[in-house]
Ligand binder design. Structure first.
Ligand SMILES: *Cc1c(COP(=O)(O)O)cnc(C)c1O
Length: 394
């Protein structure tokens, strides 16, 4: 017996739900990749990405996922043996650092933990110790999709600036761009990267990088450069050089539509929507937590992200809950990954999400908690409903 006919709902942090308009935008023949239409499409997307990153720097589009975009950032600014400082707050900055190590960089991890965001004061202290400036770049994620941590990039940027240390500051916005504010130039970020399939509501397969002048100066002397990722190659005037080969025509159609939809909503409205829906999820989880089994992975409330909530489960199997939600109700929750494997599940609330999707997801989780006799505080979904009723202005 199930109640899952119809469309399955992905409440996982990527790939996320794509709007029908985005899917339909791809349902057309390819264009000549040398046509004016393609040249204009690329120019419009690069200009809009630059605005999304909020930089006066340059943007690049890669046919790649987030892992590819990581490699793009590293190969363009690092030289063999350069030291990279990784700011730990879960899984993803660590993964970026592992890529750097495999590419020939020396990697140091500023120890954090899975239950908290990066502490700017700790970054500052480490940089002040580095008197001979052996650290060449610092990498951090804005939102760690595994732990659910939100890092205050503005505060880390300020801490960095106060030290006068010349290291490049590089930030991963894969799980945050288009969902929460990001101000590359104003926050002192030199290189930012993102991907298409999370907040940007587009199929997986596009990676985005933005670099300021300081990063592009460092780039000129970097020796980890390879032809595919190379910014200088991509700045060539012929259109095919923007992609180091054939343009990903249909993904670009999709991205164009997705960014148009974000513009139509208004970026600030999209941010506010994520804040409201993220808080609705947190209200529900807080109530469920009264049963002493479920809880927030991120201990500090102000460090919980507006795009994904990682929920720990003490003494019960999150996989059983996930299986129930998927197989019986058609809602796919994210699994706990890394240190939280088998101990948590994740609720994504990023990208093309609205109140019925989020309230439906919370309701289904509650159905599962009841069906599996997992102790939980009663009325979690009700708390989310009450919160939205109070907060969404009539
Ligand atoms: C998903 C994600 C990545 C990796 O992206 P892929 O497209 O899966 O390679 C990197 N960083 C963050 C913060 C992510 O959420």
């Amino acid at each position: 017996m199930t109640v899952r006919a119809g469309r399955e709902f992905l409440a996982i942090p990527g790939p996320t739900t794509m709007p029908d308009e985005v899917l339909q935008a791809m349902h057309r023949p390819a264009l000549d990749i040398y046509s004016d239409q393609m040249v204009e499409l690329t120019a419009s997307l690069l200009a809009d990405l630059t605005k999304l990153f909020a930089t006066k720097g340059k943007s690049y589009i890669y046919i790649a996922n987030g892992h590819g975009a990581w490699e793009a950032t590293l190969s363009n600014v690092l030289s063999r043996g350069d030291k990279l400082l990784v700011l730990e707050s879960g899984r993803f900055a660590i993964g970026w650092g592992q890529a750097a190590a495999a590419m020939g960089a020396e990697v140091e991890v500023l120890k954090g933990d899975w239950r908290r965001a990066v502490r700017p004061a700790e970054v500052e202290a480490r940089l002040r110790q580095d008197k001979d400036h052996s650290i060449k770049a610092i990498v951090a994620v804005q939102i760690d999709t595994a732990s659910g941590a939100y890092n205050d990039i503005e505060a880390i940027g300020k801490a960095l600036k106060s030290t006068g240390h010349p290291a490049l500051f590089m930030v991963d916005t894969v799980a945050s761009l288009g969902c929460v504010p990001f101000e590359m130039d104003a926050w002192g970020v030199d290189v930012a990267m993102s991907g298409s399939q999370k907040g940007l509501m587009t199929p997986p397969g596009l990676g985005f990088v933005a670099a300021n002048d300081r990063a592009r100066d460092v780039h000129r002397h970097a020796n980890l450069r390879t032809p595919y990722w190379d910014w200088t190659e991509r700045e060539g005037s012929e259109h095919y050089r923007k992609y180091a080969g054939t343009a990903p025509v249909h993904l670009l159609f999709a991205l164009r539509k997705a960014i148009d939809m974000l513009h139509a909503e208004g970026l600030e409205n999209a941010h506010l929507r994520h804040r409201l829906l993220g808080e609705a999820v947190r209200r529900a989880v807080a109530v469920w937590g009264e049963g002493q089994v479920l809880g927030f992975n991120i201990t500090e409330a102000s460090e919980r992200s507006d795009t994904v909530t990682t929920v720990t489960m003490n003494g019960h199997d999150p996989l059983a809950l996930q299986r129930f939600c998927k197989e019986k109700c058609g809602v796919v929750l994210g699994t706990g990954i890394g240190d939280l494997s088998g101990q948590a599940f994740r609720i994504a609330h990023m990208g093309h999400v609205n109140a019925p999707m989020i309230l439906g997801t919370l309701g289904v989780i509650e159905v599962g908690l009841n069906a599996l006799n997992i102790p939980h505080g009663k009325g979690g979904t009700e708390a989310a409903i009450e919160y939205l009723g109070e907060s969404v202005a009539a």
